[in-house]
Write a protein of this length. Structure first.
Lengths: 898, 170
């Protein structure tokens, strides 16, 4: 720790930081624009000027940029120095000369860093009386709105987009006052992290287009801490609500998980919650077969009648429902009747993943720990599609070599431009073994394209190279041998090697190969890590409940049984005819869901369950981290949390609040003992108050409902929650898992976050949210004798079809969001060019492909990197039937329709 | 004792003072243009709605009686709906002070008595007047950087034409 003197007072600082970080960490307000805790300093905006003194005797000093000056021991600076103060005011005045008169019609207004900093420096009147430069805007796709006039040329956008997220299509054009940040021409921003520009941009150049469509200011929206439901990474989000609708998703900093950034699927996938066709009322099927909406009482009466007849009850859970909901169902139907709502293959993969993470010896790292890995091997998982935030962390890990070079040259890590100049793009080795091209290939040292079983073989070969006791792989081609050797050498030379794999390919052998490598690396002075991507937000939680699969449910269903389906579309989990058979056999089908699905259409009784924004619930991420999300939307109709419906069905009365369910769950299943620690209990109060979920200037309270009634309706009060649903309550330093929105006096923008961290860029005060449910106990290390699968042999006239879950469309809920739907590519079958030629189809041509489960007519994409005999089918897209992938398919050229 | 007598004496003298009773409503009092009465939404000199739905009136309102929702048409911001609950309004004028476009104005009209509170809920069509109110010349979009139909980028007051990003000139 370094001692620095700020305005003649002594403070401690991290000597690895710069003075700006040190000042902010010590609670000072020092204006800045171009510096960002995750992006480092470039000294472009000249805003954070302070006066630095050489020693206690020095009274003259000199003006320095705090962000470009290290916080070395004994540094003496003055923030309040009159010349520094006027310097900062002048800089703002210059930056504002061309800024348009837009605040009232700017989406950033009220949470604008430029506004905050302008007020902070005291620049209140424009003296500039000349004309302003203007720019034309660009269309940047359905997510981000562009308004270039507002730019202050801080360069944060391109530094994030290009340097941090690896995007290529956003750049800076022209020079001096004219600089322009945009694309070469109008078009969709291709990078899947483009939404972060909204938060990274300190002004209103890049704003959230989905928010703009139903716009409200930050102060007018209720906010609650939430957890992203669009993949298994478990990024923390804030849900903003107004008028009973989710208005936007914001990143909620979690130092251990998502840090400052979210992917576009997580940020813009919320639209499913506002769809007009979603389930809002109970629906009953009349004896005639037609569906009619019903009241809550009617629905519960019908349920009592249905369940009173006795007979077998089968419950099917869901990886997109909370732990509590799944547990409530499990308790209602009993452990025998409960089935996890995933396909059999996915259930097997998840069970393997849990075995590896729980009983192995190698821990799974947090995202922040992933960024510190020095060699990364991605084995068979396209993380850019299935766990996008992990891919972004790997991008940072690849910069490790640059940081080593900087260390050698004694350049601080925050000296962004200097580090990049010195390192000249040097990257830590990152190896990608995948079926097709991935969006990490641009930073990969070596890539390898192979069929899933060959990827597993490569993994086993690497393991054999590391640990000679492990069985060798027979008949491995020479190129693969060499690659295995190269990767093994790199991994052996690493201090913190990281193996990344996942359930995306649906191949357990790949998972076992990854585990084997991690296991072999363990020991000596290495700290290996293993990351296994899981498909959905609660896949891990559901798998920990050990409920088998949908197939099991189909197999065990008997004539006349009652089937209860929890927030799940079974047509996405199993073959259409098998699911139809299940529903045909069942006497009663009860479905709880919030979105309209094919399964809802088959139900006899539909109960409107609450989505992630409408109830409290716990999700377990792929890392095994249990995190609680809280209610932001208070529906006025019969919508209620699934666990409440299931409680009402069961007629059990001992569950009054979520905490009761959590307690039952923790005592019933030992693997969930810790979940209560994820967040303080519902009766948590600070100085006797709940935490307010609306900002203190929430407006329109006495007018917003006045068209319906002039008697202001009572605010909905959540039963037992640490949050009040109104602007009344405590707001200050609160437990990290309960921060509804980031705001601090004089800091209205998201940058106010630095007031909630112990150290800027570090953990949230009081520890990052969430609790790990398991750590590896080493009880059952992956079988040392596990041998590699056989070599890939292409079938005669057959192709081995592997699934790809595209980032946009590959996940059920986000695909229902209108903004994301615009980005969904049409389903297609990717083929190797030679294979396409042999079938006599061209890129874009149509093809019929027959699987055991049925046939599809698809457009063909020619993908040169695909191995011969392997085809790739994008799955999970709306309107596509489920099919058993990976599996063999017989393609033939589609005969043109007559 | 003396003070009581003096008080009675002053009260007695009032019998001979000029009476201040006004025969309202036959005789209307003079109200200055800046009197804070019924709130209206004005239009700009081109006859378009001035309100850009910036929410500043709503947030300035101490009794939270203003509520609105933004919508957008061809780049121009409008309130989709705009509601003032006059049964709550205290006519403080903060909304007028907060308004950056001179859209919301208080007028010298206080005759708003109703038997039903519901009748004091004014929607946008009740609030919108056809004129410019107290500020005849101001039009927000002439000074704002947003492009709207009829005014492209660089065509607002004190703006240079848009930059050609491909030009090589200094």
């Amino acid at each position: 720790m370094a001692i620095i003197h700020i305005d003649d007072r002594e403070f401690t600082a991290n000597p690895k930081d710069n003075l700006l970080q040190a000042c902010l960490s010590n609670g000072f307000d020092l204006p800045y624009f171009c510096w960002h805790p995750a992006l480092g300093s470039v000294g472009a905006c000249r805003q954070c000027a302070v006066r630095q003194f050489a020693n206690p005797e020095d009274t003259t000093g000199r003006i320095v940029m705090a962000c470009m000056t290290p916080a070395t021991d004994g540094t003496r600076i003055s923030i309040a120095d009159p010349e520094a103060v006027s310097f900062r005011a002048s800089v703002i005045e210059w930056l504002m000369t061309n800024h348009p008169h837009d605040c009232p019609v700017c989406e950033e207004g009220g949470e604008c860093h430029l506004q905050d900093m302008t007020v902070m420096t005291g620049h209140a009147y424009r003296r500039y009386r000349f004309s302003k430069r203007t720019h034309r805007n660009q269309y940047l796709g359905p997510f981000v709105k562009h308004e270039m006039n507002r730019c202050i040329a801080c360069y944060r956008c391109v530094r994030f987009y290009r340097d941090y997220a690896g995007g290529a299509d956003l750049d800076v054009y022209a020079a001096r006052n004219n600089v322009y940040f945009g694309r070469a021409e109008d078009g969709v921003l291709e990078n899947e992290f483009s939404g972060n520009l909204v938060e990274v941009c300190p002004t209103g150049v890049f704003t959230d287009k989905t928010l703009s469509a139903a716009y409200n200011r930050k102060w007018d929206m209720r906010s609650a801490p939430s957890v992203c439901v669009h993949c298994g990474v478990g990024c923390n989000t804030s849900v903003n609500e107004r008028g009973g609708q989710v208005r936007r998703i914001l990143n909620r900093y979690n130092g251990a998980v998502n840090g400052y950034f979210l992917c576009d699927r997580g940020r813009f996938g919320y639209g499913f919650a506002n769809r007009p066709d979603r389930v809002r009322t109970p629906v009953l099927r009349d004896p005639g077969g037609s569906m009619r909406t019903a009241t809550r009482t009617e629905a519960l009466d019908a349920l009592t009648k249905t369940l009173g007849t006795g007979g077998k009850i089968i419950g099917i859970g869901s990886p997109r429902a909370s732990l509590e909901a799944n547990f409530a169902l499990r308790r209602l139907v009993g452990a025998d009747g409960f089935h996890a709502g995933v396909s059999a293959r996915e259930a097997r993969c998840l069970a393997t993943a849990i075995e590896i993470l729980q009983a192995g010896a190698v821990p799974t790292p947090t995202l922040r720990e992933m960024e510190a890995a020095d060699v990364v091997l991605v084995l068979g998982e396209d993380v850019a599609d299935t766990a996008p935030r992990v891919a972004l962390a790997l991008r940072q890990a690849a910069r490790g070599r640059s940081m080593e070079i900087a260390d050698r040259l004694k350049i601080a890590h925050w000296q962004d431009a200097a580090v990049r100049d010195a390192a000249q793009g040097a990257r830590s080795p990152l190896f990608v073994a995948s079926v097709a091209a991935t969006r990490l290939d641009d930073i990969a040292a070596r890539t390898c394209r192979a069929a899933p079983c060959d990827i597993a073989r490569l993994g086993f070969a690497i393991r054999h190279r590391i640990d000679a006791n492990a069985p060798s792989v027979e008949d491995l081609p020479e190129a693969m041998q060499a690659l295995a050797g190269e990767i093994a050498d790199a991994l052996l030379a690493a201090k913190r090697p990281l193996i990344v794999s996942g359930c995306g390919l649906g191949d357990e052998a790949v998972l076992r190969a990854a585990a084997g490598i991690a296991q072999a690396l363990n020991g000596a002075d290495r700290l290996p890590g293993i990351v296994l991507a899981v498909p959905e937000c609660n896949s891990m939680g559901l798998a920990l409940m050990q409920g088998g699969s949908v197939e099991d449910a189909i197999d065990t269903v008997t004539e006349g049984a009652t089937v209860i389906v929890l927030e799940n579309d079974l047509y996405r989990r199993a073959e259409r005819k098998r699911v139809d058979a299940l529903f045909d056999a069942a006497a009663n089908v009860i479905v709880l869901d919030h979105v309209s699905t094919a399964t809802v259409a088959r139900a006899d009784i539909v109960l409107p369950s609450a989505n992630f924004a409408e109830c409290d619930g716990t999700l377990v991420s792929g890392e095994g981290r249990a995190q609680r999300s809280f209610q932001a939307v208070f529906p006025k109709d019969d919508v209620q949390a699934s666990w409440m419906w299931l409680r009402d069905i069961a007629g059990t009365s001992e569950w009054h609040r979520l905490d009761d369910v959590v307690r039952s769950l923790a005592s019933a299943m030992t693997q969930f003992v810790a979940i209560g620690e994820a967040t303080p209990p519902g009766d948590f109060r600070i100085a006797g108050s709940r935490i307010r979920s609306e900002p203190h200037r929430y407006s329109g309270r006495t007018a917003v409902d006045a068209d319906r009634t002039v008697h202001e309706p009572r605010a909905s009060v959540p039963e037992e929650s640490p949050f009040s649903s109104t602007m009344e309550g405590y707001y200050g330093q609160m437990p990290a898992s309960l921060i509804p929105f980031f705001w601090a006096p004089a800091w209205n923008s998201i940058q106010s976050l630095n007031k909630f961290q112990d150290e800027v860029g570090g953990a949230l005060r009081g520890g990052d949210p969430g609790v790990r449910l398991f750590e590896p106990n080493g009880a059952a290390a992956p079988r040392p004798d596990a041998t590699a699968p056989g070599q890939f042999v292409r079938g005669p006239g057959q192709w081995f079809v592997v699934p790809r879950r595209p980032i946009f469309g590959g996940e059920e809920l986000s695909a229902l969001a209108p903004a994301v739907a615009e980005r969904i590519a049409a389903p297609s079958l990717a083929l190797n060019p030679a294979d396409a030629r042999s079938l006599d189809v061209e890129n874009g041509g149509m093809i019929d492909i027959d699987f055991k489960s049925g046939s599809y007519r698809l457009a063909v994409t020619v993908a040169p990197e695909l191995p011969s005999g392997v085809a790739m089918l994008s799955v999970g897209l709306p309107g596509m039937d489920w099919c058993a992938l990976p599996g063999w398919g017989t393609p033939r050229r589609a005969e043109p329709a007559p | 004792m003396l003070s009581s007598i003096r008080t009675l004496w002053y009260t007695f003298l009032h019998l001979f003072h000029h009476s201040e009773t006004v025969q309202y409503p036959e005789q209307m009092p003079y109200l200055a243009p800046r009197y804070r009465g019924r709130i209206v939404l004005s239009r700009d000199p081109d006859g378009e709605e001035r309100c850009v739905s910036c929410y500043l009136c709503a947030v300035a309102c101490p009794v939270d009686c203003i509520s609105l929702q933004k919508t957008e048409e061809d780049g121009r911001w409008y309130p989709e709906w705009f509601r003032i609950n006059f049964s709550r309004c205290i006519f403080c004028g903060f909304c007028e002070e907060a308004c950056p476009t001179y859209a919301i104005q208080l007028t010298p009209d206080f005759e708003m008595s109703e038997y039903e509170r519901e009748n004091l809920i004014y929607e946008k069509e009740d609030l919108l007047i056809s004129g410019t109110g107290k500020y005849p010349d101001y039009s927000f979009y002439r000074v704002s950087g947003l492009a709207i139909p009829g005014k492209g980028k660089g065509e607002a007051e004190r703006e240079r034409p848009p930059i050609d990003t491909r030009a090589l000139l200094p």
